[in-house]
Structures are given as C-alpha cells and as structure tokens.
Design a protein around this ligand. Structure first.
Ligand SMILES: C[S@@+](CC[C@H](N)C(=O)[O-])C[C@H]1O[C@@H](n2cnc3c(N)ncnc32)[C@H](O)[C@@H]1O
Length: 210
C-alpha cells in the first residue's frame, strides 16, 4: 500500500472469481501486510477470498463468516460476533445490486430473511448496515481497526453514496479509493448516457481509539 489509490488489475487466485461481487485478494493481503494484526476477522467472507489470503500469509486462527453455508451460515444480524480482534475486514453487499440468497442468485436456495442484499428500501438498508457496523466496532479491541470496502451505486438515474449515508463508528484512519476492474457495467455499452460510469470503490479504515 503505497498511497491512497489502490489498483489491482488482477484479483489473484483467491476465493472464486465467479462469485458475483467478489473482491481482489490483493486488497486484503495489503491490509494484512500493512497493519500486521495478530488476530483477524472477516465478515461477509463470500467466496473465501480473505480465507485464502489469510491461509497464504500463515494466519491459523483467523475467522471468516458469511450467511453463505460455506462460511458457517453466520447471520451478522442475529448471531454474536467473536470479540477482541485487531483487524476486521468487511465487504457487505452494495444494497441490492447483486442478490445473494435465492434461486438463480449467487448461492441459491431460499431467500434468507436477513440477507442484506434483499432489502428493497434504501434507508432500511442503511439502518441495517449501521447496526452491523456498530456491532463490528463494538467487537474489536481498543487500538483495533475495522476496514470496510463499499461502493457507490446508481439506480434509476439516482446516485447513492453509501459511505455518505451510513454512520461512521471510530476514528477515520484512512480513506482509500480502489479502482474497479471487470465490472458488468464496464462491459455494457451506454448509448447517449448522461452520466459517468462508476469505476471506484471506497476502503474506509476506522480505528477504535478507546
Ligand atoms: C460483496 S459479497 C462479499 C464477497 C467477498 N469479499 C468475496 O470476495 O467473495 C457480500 C456477502 O454478504 C453476505 N451476506 C448478506 N447478508 C448477510 C448477513 N445477514 N450475514 C452475513 N453475511 C451476509 C452474502 O452472502 C455475500 O457473500
């Protein structure tokens, strides 16, 4: 991590590139190599990107949780988070642009009632994201950090900035901009578009000072 612009044209052989909304493993690798936490927890582990990175870096006690059965069917809305971690990385759904549970969606089966990607109303989504972010913040140790990766989105012509609308818990330690590669939007042809396609995400790092 040299500066506040993150660019990873390749995602690395971590997790599953076919899992929609997955992130590059290099962002998690950079975080772990920069902050060197003794203990690491990942929320919204998805396809296992963070799990594979942590394994490669020799973390034997890292924890990776997701509503997806692959990572314990852990429901962040109702289950207790383990406490006392030095670093928590979270990569929640960007509202409902990619739906995770449910037939024809990312991991199929029935739609889960607490799947954050199935919330129709934006302000309900923000309320639930605030609940989750507060819960993560409360779980980390003093001096620990929560790094959240989250994008902006545009729906029916309206721009939504999730990082602007959500509450911030803790002291902002860094705000990094990650260039997005290989998005579906990138491949679409926008004829006569009167907007600029979004090609970045935000990585906010919050520190728990006391
Ligand atoms: C953006 S994806 C994470 C992708 C992951 N970083 C990767 O590279 O594969 C968001 C994840 O949030 C999970 N999710 C949605 N609602 C959840 C909940 N209530 N509790 C835990 N995980 C949830 C979804 O199953 C999905 O895997």
């Amino acid at each position: 991590m040299k500066n506040s612009i993150l660019s990873y044209p390749l995602r690395g052989s971590y997790g599953d590139s076919k899992y929609r909304g997955n992130c590059s493993g290099y962002i998690i690798k950079d975080l772990l190599e920069y902050y060197r936490p003794n203990t690491f927890l990942e929320c919204f582990a998805g396809s296992g990107t963070g799990f594979d990175v942590a394994k490669e870096l020799g973390y034997i006690n890292s924890i990776h949780l997701d509503l997806n059965r692959k990572f314990g069917s852990f429901n962040i809305m109702t289950n207790d988070l383990p406490k006392g971690f030095d670093l928590v990385f979270s990569h929640p759904p960007y509202w409902n642009i990619i739906k995770y549970s449910g037939t024809g969606n990312v991991w199929g089966g029935k739609v889960h009632k607490d799947d954050l990607s199935h919330i129709e109303n934006y302000s309900d989504f923000i309320d639930k994201l605030n609940y989750v972010n507060k819960k993560i913040f409360d779980s980390i140790k003093v001096g620990g950090r929560h790094a959240i990766l989250i994008g902006d989105l545009r729906k029916k012509g309206k721009y939504y900035s999730i990082i602007k609308d959500m509450e911030w818990y803790g002291q902002l330690d860094s705000h990094l901009i990650k260039i997005q590669y290989n998005t579906r939007g990138e491949k679409k042809k926008y004829y006569r578009n009167n907007f600029i396609p979004i090609a970045h995400e935000h990585l906010l790092v919050f520190k728990k000072e006391n």
